[in-house]
Design a protein around this ligand. Structure first.
Ligand SMILES: C[S@@+](CC[C@H](N)C(=O)[O-])C[C@H]1O[C@@H](n2cnc3c(N)ncnc32)[C@H](O)[C@@H]1O
Length: 496
């Protein structure tokens, strides 16, 4: 099927305005404001480097020094990871408590929902699951622990299931684990729209998410979407096919809400666009302004830049790319039924949807936030005797029931405006690293070696210690052939 999207033709001129590269001065202003707001004064974005835009050092960085903490423009937690980790839907830090994190995961595991359902630990007998507490109560007690492990069962395949009552008491706060107060987490705040999908670490995050995209994508009773059913269908389709569609939906919602905000400010006389594009069509001027953060990102159509999977033969490439385009169109129609806005019509063209998804395909960084549950169990393991054995009597059954999945971190995907300007090098001078204190979804960029003022800051998009042919094959997935100094040199040696 050769899909034809009527909006591609109807909105052709607005689409080309949205996809046109913004003038260099506007781009410069945008990045200067961004750098100022992030207070990372040691960097600059330049637009005329060897590979287009790039990030450059504006001061000297020492080895291991923090270069940048970049909050995301949009990001999502992978739907399957939601079972393992309860995190703030806006900043992605873990929320609730150690007990809630463990209890919720065991509860969902017991329902057969957990992705990391398997418990690879040795089979545990009912006796060894019995949780005993000595007479002296630790910092943990609220309940008679002696009864908690009773009824734990091991299935024939070695999986341990704790009794429902124990799991419930963890979730509802009746059961407090030893030393868990060393790992405090912010309480989980419900979504202001009434959905049970989004939770937050604070009212500030809840409001910020609501205003930036969630008010349109919420499935609760106060949702501003056109149809809750349509929204659920869109989400189900994304879950079943590709969660990159959820990121695209967030981007479109974000742009619509910014557009409405700018329009309201203009009506009140509080906003004057300094870059009028089309005085005949003020709506486009506002839409372009609302779209600005997205316009800066490097993009191509998704079905053109996605790399051919290994199991697709080259002779089937055209069909494969057409199927990808059709998939995007199906997703777009579902989204349109849920959140269409006539004044922002061009955003619902396949051309724009394809370019947004392509931008994520080319620029995404994995979103990773380390799990405090892992830290908790490591802490217990590191305790001196006899505290360790005393604590382990209580914690070991939970660890066994969680299995290997006890340490699963928050995983997702996100677009970071400054990090996405960093070019790749197979001999990079910086890396996206999380430090001990980085407990949210921001990208953290650290210097791998001393970097001089004026030098370009590069990161590696891949494992850079591989042979050059393998590196080039991996980078083909990012849609380009690497021309860094290391590749050029190694390729020259091979050709000689
Ligand atoms: C994430 S973007 C980086 C910012 C980009 N230079 C821009 O102008 O927006 C990645 C794109 O930059 C270019 N690029 C980055 N590193 C490169 C390299 N080592 N060799 C060739 N092109 C590179 C490629 O076009 C690639 O698709």
């Amino acid at each position: 099927m050769d899909t034809v999207c009527p909006l591609d033709t109807k909105c052709a001129s607005q689409i080309s305005a949205l996809l046109r590269r913004p003038p260099p001065l506007q781009v410069q202003e945008y990045f200067e404001e961004l750098i100022l707001s992030r207070q990372c004064h040691g960097i600059k974005v330049k637009q005329n480097g060897k590979f287009g835009k790039g990030v450059y050092a504006d001061s000297h960085f020492k080895e291991q020094e923090l270069i940048l903490k970049d909050p995301m423009l949009v990001g999502i937690q992978h739907p399957s990871n939601k079972i393992d980790c309860l995190v703030c839907s806006f900043c992605f830090q873990f929320i609730g408590s150690i007990e809630q994190q463990i209890g919720r995961k065991l509860y969902l595991q017991n329902l057969g929902l957990s992705a990391s359902n398997a418990c690879d630990h040795d089979e545990i007998s009912k006796d060894s699951c019995g949780i005993n507490l000595s007479d002296e109560e630790d910092d943990c007690c609220m309940k008679d622990y002696k009864t908690l492990g009773e009824g734990a069962s091991s299935s024939s395949n070695g999986k341990v299931t704790l009794p429902e009552a124990v799991v419930e008491s963890l979730m509802n706060g009746e059961l407090v684990l030893p030393h868990s107060n060393k790992f405090p987490l912010p309480s989980a705040i419900s979504c202001p729209g009434g959905c049970t999908e989004a939770y937050y670490c604070s009212k500030t995050c809840a409001e910020a998410d609501w205003e930036s995209s969630h008010s349109l994508l919420c499935t609760g009773e106060r949702s501003e979407s056109l149809s809750r059913d349509a929204l659920l269908k869109f989400m189900q389709h994304a879950d079943e096919t590709n969660d990159i569609f959820l990121l695209a939906a967030k981007t479109i919602s974000f742009t619509i809400l910014r557009y409405r905000e700018l329009k309201a400010a203009r009506l009140k006389g509080q906003y004057k666009c300094i870059h009028p594009v089309d005085s005949e069509c003020p709506a486009l001027t506002l839409l372009l302004e609302a779209w600005k953060p997205v316009s800066i990102g490097y993009k191509r159509r998704w079905w053109e830049c996605i790399s051919l999977p290994d199991d697709v033969d080259h002779s089937d490439e055209t069909t494969f790319r057409m199927e990808i385009r059709d998939l995007a169109y199906t997703s777009l129609q579902l989204l349109k039924a849920a959140i269409f806005d006539l004044e922002c019509e061009p955003l619902f063209s396949l051309e724009i949807y394809g370019n947004i998804i392509g931008m994520f395909e080319l620029n995404n960084l994995d979103l990773v936030v380390a799990s405090p549950v892992e830290d908790y169990f490591l802490y217990i393991d590191d305790l001196p005797y006899p505290e360790k054995s005393k604590a382990e009597e209580i914690t070991q059954p939970f660890l066994d029931a969680l299995g290997d999945g006890y340490s699963v971190c928050c995983q997702g995907t996100a677009f970071y405006p400054l990090q996405s300007c960093m070019n790749h090098s197979c001999c990079p001078n910086a890396r996206a690293f999380k430090r001990e204190e980085d407990r949210d979804g921001q990208a953290t960029i650290i210097a791998l070696r001393p970097i001089c003022k004026g030098e370009e800051i590069t990161i590696s998009y891949i494992e850079e210690d591989l042979p050059v042919e393998e590196r080039q094959a991996l980078l083909a997935d990012y849609g380009f052939r690497c021309r860094c100094a290391k590749c050029l040199e190694e390729e020259k040696l091979i050709s000689n």
